[in-house]
Ligand binder design. Structure first.
Ligand SMILES: Nc1ncnc2c1ncn2[C@@H]1O[C@H](COP(=O)(O)OP(=O)(O)OP(=O)(O)O)[C@@H](O)[C@H]1O
Length: 333
């Protein structure tokens, strides 16, 4: 495994160029349910790649595999030459893969405090040196603080750097979450529904920030998002999942007219949509209950594991369980 360049020694430095993130034939099962079925895709260096699909398609499960929360039953994830499959979340983060979560958990401390938490992984000074305020440790802290401030500026939080997070608007707090992930100096950023719950202005702001981050830091972004307007605007490539299978892949324009994608989202076969007409809505996807049901299956699978053979009781649900933030190393099968 290639050790990651030590950004801790030069906290202001740009991260090394993003290597390719490759997901190959990844399968995850929860008891009898196959949440991911031999899914493959590649996030090209420096690109924004969207992973979309209706509720229950397997997007969060895929993120949990990529960030080390779940171990797949089979398949492999690689970042350049490094195999990520089976590594603990903190080791994956140290190799340059950072993620945000759907639910905001940040309510404590100031923006600066939260961003410095993100820098913690890169710190070289030990606890004692920091506590004793030895000169080297003080210098390092100062450099990290400077870098955290730069990242706050980049994400539009510069003026809020010393503000308590609890006083920020929802959109600002979501950007604190993004900025905290960026403080790890990632080469690949996994964004899990970054605009969920935001109003139109906040969505636009987040889109601008993601654009700026990609352009200025040169990292790759893997985006899970229900807001098709955002996906179409930001993504270079899109992979579409449905019931754990990859049903389409291509540019945003290609997937929005793909018959399988139409079927999955709208419950209608592709030929019902006149040529040239957009397949997917530009705004946020309609709530699941408002969508037409698929011809052959319910669109909201039962999220509960089978009572007799489900995953461990403490397996994190990234979308509902705050413990999903806590590093763990569960095999869901
Ligand atoms: N911890 C778990 N235990 C049992 N089943 C699970 C677990 N996590 C996910 N599933 C199931 O796996 C399937 C994929 O779920 P996942 O959350 O990955 O979908 P998703 O595409 O992220 O959906 P959403 O858009 O609603 O977040 C669903 O059928 C879900 O019920």
């Amino acid at each position: 495994m290639n050790p990651r360049p030590a950004t801790g020694s030069a906290p202001g430095r740009l991260p090394a160029a993003a290597p390719e993130l490759s997901v190959r034939d990844v399968t995850v099962r929860f008891a009898g349910l196959t949440a991911l079925d031999a899914v493959s895709f590649t996030v090209a260096p420096g690109s924004v790649h969207a992973l979309i699909g209706p509720n229950g398609a397997g997007k969060s499960t895929c993120f949990n595999v990529l960030s080390g929360l779940y171990r797949p039953a089979s398949g492999q994830v690689r970042l350049g030459d490094d195999v990520l499959t089976g590594l603990a979340p903190h080791r994956i983060a140290a190799l340059g893969v950072a993620r945000t979560f759907q639910n905001i958990v940040t309510t404590e401390g100031t923006v600066a405090d939260n961003l410095m938490l993100g820098r913690h992984v890169l710190s070289r000074a030990g606890f004692a040196a920091t506590a004793l305020r030895l000169p080297g440790a003080v210098r390092e802290q100062r450099a990290h603080l400077e870098r955290a401030r730069e990242i706050a500026e980049l994400t539009g939080l510069g003026a809020r750097f010393d503000s308590p997070v609890a006083l920020l608007s929802y959109g600002d707090r979501k950007r604190v979450e993004l900025a905290r992930a960026l403080c790890l100096e990632p080469r690949v950023l996994l964004l899990d529904e970054p605009v969920a719950g935001m109003n139109g202005a906040e969505r636009l702001r987040m889109a601008e920030v993601v654009d700026a981050v990609r352009a200025q830091l040169g990292l790759s972004v893997l985006l899970v998002e229900h807001d098709m307007g955002l996906v179409m605007r930001l993504a270079d490539e899109v992979t579409v999942l449905d019931f754990g299978r990859r049903i389409a892949h291509g540019t945003p324009e290609e997937v929005r007219r793909h018959p399988e994608v139409l079927r999955a989202y709208l419950g209608t076969p592709g030929e019902d949509t006149p040529a040239g007409e957009d397949a997917l809505p530009d705004g946020p996807a309609a709530p699941e209950a408002e969508r037409a049901p698929s011809a052959d299956a319910p669109r909201v699978p039962d999220a509960s594991p089978a009572p007799d053979a489900g995953p461990p009781a403490d397996a994190p649900r990234a979308d509902t369980d705050p413990r999903a933030d806590a590093p763990c190393d569960k095999d869901p099968a």
